[in-house]
Design a protein around this ligand. Structure first.
Ligand SMILES: NC(=O)c1ccc[n+]([C@@H]2O[C@H](COP(=O)([O-])OP(=O)(O)OC[C@H]3O[C@@H](n4cnc5c(N)ncnc54)[C@H](OP(=O)(O)O)[C@@H]3O)[C@@H](O)[C@H]2O)c1
Length: 319
């Protein structure tokens, strides 16, 4: 009887933990970042002019990192820099204007410059956070221009930058890539097929890179967030959508990186549950997504919630 009661209690505890989780179980088990892995380390962040990248810059600066912040909009980078506080901020924060679509020669110049900013250590962490905008459209409405624009930033630019930076890291025998992928890089994302394809590509590339080079000191943390609330999307998001804050997402990203996690998932339910299903029970996961797919595209068209369980029933299309 006691054993039965204990089992029931543990099951309820597990269910409660799962329902209220905002990250995968491994990530949730790590409570704090390892400060010694961040303080005085050089961190280069792309897409730092707004959104999650801006918050990452703020949190990393306050933990004592030396920062290089990149994006195309220099004025916004200056605004972000002026707001950073920490052992090496704002004065020693370096701004490196960067367009990920500018081609190999320009990206090589950017890498050379970034490596020179802190010559005594070079780059310890490269946070690949920048991404092309991700409007929701049906696969039928994808244009060649949209496809190329997404892949140029999310995949070609990001991989080229990595290819150019890795030899410097290998020479030092250490370096850590942190990649802001997405839940859409783990599960089907109806209405965002091209974005999803670009994130699956990143996952494949960076997990392979780690397998090839981990014995030479190269680490990779692939972060897969579900819906995140940023200042940027706060105005346009559907009120009923439950999103993890950009602050929490950045905090968990830093925890995942400093604990050397290979992959981390950040989301509320039901997205987290779908990620578990697709990963561990793909037959059920894909069946579920096939039920949701058409409704999700229609919900996006009608500005309804695209992350709700009621998509299963075809409800929730209207805002
Ligand atoms: N927000 C979410 O709900 C969510 C969910 C899952 C995953 N993610 C991922 O998390 C990351 C950050 O998302 P976010 O919502 O914070 O993004 P965001 O607000 O759209 O910001 C994108 C950043 O990328 C930069 N960027 C865009 N094109 C660029 C280019 N050609 N070259 C260099 N930089 C460029 C932008 O700066 P400039 O315009 O100044 O260049 C900006 O700083 C992305 O990788 C995204 O896919 C976000």
């Amino acid at each position: 009887m006691l054993v039965l009661f204990l089992c029931l209690f543990l099951l309820l505890l597990f269910l409660f933990k799962f329902i209220t989780a905002y990250g995968d179980f491994t990530l949730m088990s790590k409570k704090q970042p390892k400060l010694e892995k961040i303080e005085d380390k050089v961190v280069w962040i792309t897409g730092a002019s707004r959104g999650i990248g801006e918050i990452l810059a703020k949190q990393l600066a306050s933990l004592g990192a030396k920062l290089i912040i990149s994006a195309r909009d220099e004025a916004e980078l200056n605004r972000v820099k002026s707001q950073l506080k920490g052992k090496h901020a704002p004065d020693k924060v370096k701004i490196l204007k960067l367009d990920l679509t500018s081609g190999e020669d320009a990206l090589r110049e950017a890498v050379d410059l970034a490596e020179c900013f802190f010559p005594e250590s070079g780059i310890d962490y490269m946070i690949h956070n920048a991404a092309f905008e991700r409007p929701k459209t049906s696969v039928l409405d994808v244009t060649e221009d949209g496809l190329k624009a997404t892949f140029d930033v999310n995949v070609i630019g990001t991989i080229t930058l990595t290819r150019l930076l890795t030899p410097f890291m290998l020479k030092r025998g250490k370096g850590h890539f942190v990649v802001m992928s997405s839940a859409a890089g783990k599960t089907p994302a109806p209405g965002q097929a091209v974005y999803s394809a670009s994130k699956f590509a990143l996952n494949g590339y960076f997990h392979s890179l780690r397998s090839e080079l981990c014995q030479k000191g190269i680490q990779v943390t692939v972060v897969c967030p579900g819906p995140i609330e940023t200042k940027n999307n706060a105005g346009s998001r559907v009120p009923s959508e439950k999103r993890v804050s950009a602050e929490k997402c950045a905090e968990l990203t830093i925890i995942a990186a400093t604990h050397g996690l290979k992959e981390a998932w950040i989301s509320y339910q039901p997205v987290l549950a779908v990620m578990y299903l697709v990963q561990y029970m793909p037959t059920i996961g894909y069946w579920l997504m096939d039920k949701v797919g058409k409704n999700r595209v229609e919900a996006a068209e009608q500005k309804g919630s695209t992350y709700s369980l009621s998509l299963l029933l075809g409800k929730n299309k209207a805002a």
